[in-house]
Design a protein around this ligand. Structure first.
Ligand code: SF4
Length: 265
């Protein structure tokens, strides 16, 4: 991949400063903003002196998601602390998010024990079954997320405009569509694409995994993030999200974004 001239790359980085981390438009000409944020995440991941650079990349993506949700969410949501119906389903998580979550709960013995128990159940249950069986997330405490600041993008994106609909889905097994504001799904897709393109640009794998088993692996050793960043496939025994098992339109978008940003870093 041919890099642009140093002066052009430096100018781009300077121009990026007014864009990165700010709420981004979902429609219209947002390619420049998406590329700037992807470049920033890729540069975070390139900082080999930082042993927690994957966690940092996830943290940047989470903050960008929150800022953008604040900008785009126009609907009134029904969610509130203590309402945890959606925390009982399959959670698909990227590796940087898994490490960020592991850093948040490492040292919490009771939470870790619940993660290990939940991972045992997850390993014994195919994903399609896990998506309909209601199994509470092991990070829940007093019916609230005990790692709220470090929760994955998908958890940030799951807000509902209807408690009644959530009760039908999560308590009665209704097949109806989750009542999420459309902007949230779009924001999560953008963030996932940016994060994945940044991982590609650092020769790191980007498939999502089932949360609890992956978290068990991440928590099992203090240097799990460093080992993964060094190329060790520590998640080889964890089930990959079924949506990542085959090529999807997302794959091409990620490759296109990585191809556009690669020459600029
Ligand atoms: S990580 Fe937190 S928000 Fe996400 S499912 Fe678990 S308890 Fe719920």
């Amino acid at each position: 991949m041919q890099r642009l001239d140093e002066s052009i790359r430096q100018q781009l980085l300077m121009d990026d400063q007014s864009i990165i981390g700010r709420p981004f438009p979902l429609a219209g000409e947002n390619a420049r903003v998406v590329q700037a944020n992807t470049r920033h995440i890729a540069i975070i991941l390139r900082d080999t002196a930082a042993k927690d650079r994957a966690s940092r990349a996830a943290g940047f993506a989470a903050n960008l998601m929150d800022a953008s949700v604040g900008q785009h969410l126009k609907e009134t949501v029904a969610c509130s602390r203590g309402c945890f119906h959606c925390c009982t389903t399959y959670v698909s998580t990227s590796v940087p998010e898994i490490f960020r979550l592991a850093r948040e709960i490492r040292g919490r013995a009771a939470t870790t024990a619940r993660v290990v128990a939940a991972a045992g159940r997850a390993k014994a249950m195919p994903q399609l079954q896990r998506e309909v069986n209601r199994v509470p997330c092991p990070i829940l405490e007093d019916n609230a997320c005990s790692a709220y600041a470090a929760r994955p993008l998908v958890c940030r994106a799951v807000l509902s405009t209807s408690l009644e609909s959530c009760l039908r889905i999560f308590q009665q097994g209704s097949p109806e569509k989750f009542a999420a504001p459309p902007s949230l799904g779009a924001l999560r897709s953008y963030l996932l694409i940016m994060l994945r393109a940044a991982l590609v640009l650092n020769n790191l794998p980007y498939r999502n995994y089932e949360l609890t088993h992956a978290l068990e692996i991440a928590l099992a050793s203090a240097d799990s993030e460093e080992r993964w960043l060094a190329g060790e496939d520590i998640f080889k025994d964890v089930a990959v999200d079924r949506l990542d098992l085959e090529e999807s339109p997302l794959t091409k978008i990620v490759a296109g974004l990585a191809g556009a940003v690669g020459p600029t870093i």
